[in-house]
Design a protein around this ligand. Structure first.
Ligand code: FES
Length: 362
């Protein structure tokens, strides 16, 4: 089949991060600093991405500000003609660094929000003083007029703060608020019981987002990611495998999604081994789950197949044991009972469940 060119690329510049959020979706085993790509290798990857058709580049991590060469990388992406979005916790973004990033052509910042109060946000981020630093950066971004999206990962501990989260987004001049209910990939799977929202919280969240979306139209746009486990149908993960976007991991592996390395039989080629165009169009990993032909009959005969493409391949593997299966979130999946069981187990263990951090809170 002929794949369309990708629209967006996520460059995971580093896995290093000052925060230690329990919902982190990066892999349990992370790439070391020594294995990270050099500046010029990233710059060449950005040029290749632009030639391939990528329009938007998300500079991510870990915390991308942990890389001293972040302004150089931003400049390289800007000069390649890419729209640059920095996905950051804000920690490490001093006024001087913001000056350098603006001069380099940074187009947009996506700032994470762990909570609306210092006690809660610092506990979730595992970093004392992090909230105060983040708010100072947010004010600096607002004063400079850099287009801002707030990204609030929501879970059982902060969903009841949604109203205040929305107010803060307006106060900080954000143009967009992502209300992203926690997804369980990577490290986050270790905190399922501690993070899972209740069904009541989920329903209240849907109502509040719909109400706020109507009330704030023209002021604040919303992206809402509902929690998978309470859904009847799966999400269209990545807009379909190898269809709209790609990721490059800190060590240069080119991935169809951020969790793709959990699929053990796939081999992912590195940007240092093969050019991006060939990896996108011709590599086995990108072609493994492209389109819908690989899906079981349950999906192929379903009217939603062109909406959700059978859901998330990584979740199908994690829950059903087969990356080519219908995502078990789907109520039509023969494995849907496994989701119900996981949900019941997590509910049972939720009472008093503590966060498991990658590193002890500071
Ligand atoms: Fe890999 Fe959904 S996270 S396909």
């Amino acid at each position: 089949m002929t794949a369309p060119p990708p629209i967006a690329m996520l460059a995971e510049l580093t896995h290093r991060c000052p925060l230690s959020c329990p919902y982190c979706s990066n892999p349990v085993k992370m790439v070391s600093r020594q294995a990270e790509l050099a500046t010029e290798v990233w710059a060449d990857a950005f040029r290749q991405a632009a030639e391939l058709g990528v329009l938007q580049l998300h500079l991510s991590g870990g915390e991308p500000a942990s890389r001293p060469d972040l302004p150089e990388l931003t400049r390289a992406a800007h000069e390649a003609g890419l729209y640059t979005n920095l996905i950051t916790s804000g920690i490490g973004l001093t006024p001087n660094r913001l000056d350098a990033l603006e001069a380099a052509g940074l187009d947009h910042i996506q700032l994470s929000l762990q909570g609306t109060r210092a006690d809660l946000a610092d506990r979730i981020g595992g970093y004392k003083g992090g909230f105060a630093r983040k708010m100072a950066v947010a004010q600096e971004i607002k004063a400079r007029g850099i287009p801002l999206t707030l990204n609030a990962v929501m879970h059982g501990h902060n969903l009841d703060d949604l109203d205040r989260t929305i107010e803060m987004a307006v106060e900080l001049g954000a143009r967009r608020l992502e209300v992203a209910c926690v997804q369980f990939h990577g490290w986050a799977t270790r905190n399922r019981a501690a993070l899972l929202p209740t069904r009541e919280q989920t329903e209240a969240t849907k109502r509040k987002v719909a109400e706020a979306e109507a009330r704030l139209r023209g002021t604040l746009a919303f992206d809402f990611v509902p929690p998978d486990y309470y859904s009847d149908f799966p999400k269209s993960c990545m807009g379909g495998w190898g269809s709209a976007g790609l990721n490059i991991a800190p060590d240069g592996k080119v991935l169809p999604c951020h969790a793709a390395e959990t699929i053990p039989h796939l081999r992912f080629e590195r940007i240092t081994e093969r050019n991006l165009r060939d990896i996108w169009y011709d590599s086995d990993a990108f072609n493994a789950y492209r389109g819908t032909d690989f899906l079981p009959e349950t999906c192929r005969s379903c009217e939603r197949v062109t909406v959700d493409f059978g859901g998330c391949r990584c979740q199908a593997l994690a829950i059903a044991g087969d990356a080519a299966a219908t995502d078990p979130i789907c109520r039509k999946s023969p494995d849907h009972h496994r989701v119900t069981t996981m949900l019941e187990d997590a509910m049972r263990d939720a009472e008093g469940a503590e966060f498991t951090y990658r590193v002890a809170p500071r």
